[in-house]
Design a protein around this ligand. Structure first.
Ligand SMILES: O=C[C@H](O)COP(=O)(O)O
Length: 239
């Protein structure tokens, strides 16, 4: 399966940052992985269209009285082909439940967008040996029945690895990815793309991306600079 290297700029980036997007777009044709940058919604209409673009959240409804929110249809209109839903920062900061995440993923599908659905355990949950139970429960609750490998990817992001410079061991990553793969095979009879996210950097990308059932990465901080993001993308194994 061809790797997907997705960047999540989070709440970073002004108009001047579009030079980084342009640099990624210029290099993308020479890279043996699919590239995607999930930008702040403010930059979507301004970014070069040569590169697939994503958003970082959406409202579950298509329109209505929801001040400050953006629908999947609006984000598609602004240039997005993908939407990240259920990122741990939204689950935490905005108290998003699995049911809310599932509705947002279904909204992305309604707008013909690909949902990148995030799951992952906290450090306390890992220390309590609850990782697989937490992740498979989030998966069951957050992935809508209409999910297919064409409209959905999963991102496994241990909360304690996000922005910390810490990563799970290769065995730990492989174990969780295998559990996600198995759960989706059982439920849908299909193989979905499963991305790893959490402190992916140029110097650890090759190890992480070579693991079984790791089909790409969701990159935060290292996606803000084209050189780092491209170095990660170049570390993806040839499909
Ligand atoms: O969505 C991306 C993740 O939260 C990872 O962020 P990070 O690469 O800065 O650790």
């Amino acid at each position: 399966m061809r790797a997907l290297i997705a960047g999540n700029w989070k709440m970073n980036g002004l108009r001047e940052s579009l030079a980084e997007v342009a640099a990624v777009a210029a290099a993308a044709p020479g890279i043996a992985a699919d590239l995607l940058l999930c930008l702040p919604a403010t930059l979507l209409p301004l970014a070069p269209r040569e590169l697939p673009l994503g958003a970082q959240d959406c409202h579950a409804n298509a329109s209505g009285a929801h001040t400050g929110d953006l629908s999947a249809e609006m984000l598609a209109d602004a240039g997005a082909s993908h939407i990240i839903v259920g990122h741990s920062e939204r689950r935490c900061d905005h108290h998003e439940t699995d049911a809310a995440v599932r509705a947002k993923a279904a909204a992305a599908h309604r707008a013909a967008l690909t949902a990148i659905i995030c799951v992952g355990e906290t450090l306390a949950q890992r220390d309590a040996n609850e990782t697989l139970a937490v992740v498979t429960s989030q998966l069951a609750g957050s992935v809508p029945d209409g999910a297919t490998p064409a409209n959905t990817a999963i991102a496994y992001e241990p909360v304690w690895a996000i922005g910390t410079g810490r990563t799970p061991t290769p065995d730990q990553v492989a174990q969780v990815h295998a559990a996600i793969h198995d759960a989706l095979q059982t439920r849908f009879g299909a193989t979905f793309r499963i991305l790893y996210g959490g402190s992916v950097k140029p110097d650890n990308a090759a190890t992480l991306l070579a693991l079984p059932h790791v089909h790409g990465a969701l990159v935060g901080g290292a996606s803000l600079k084209a050189a780092d993001f491209l170095a990660i993308a170049r570390a993806a194994p040839q499909s």
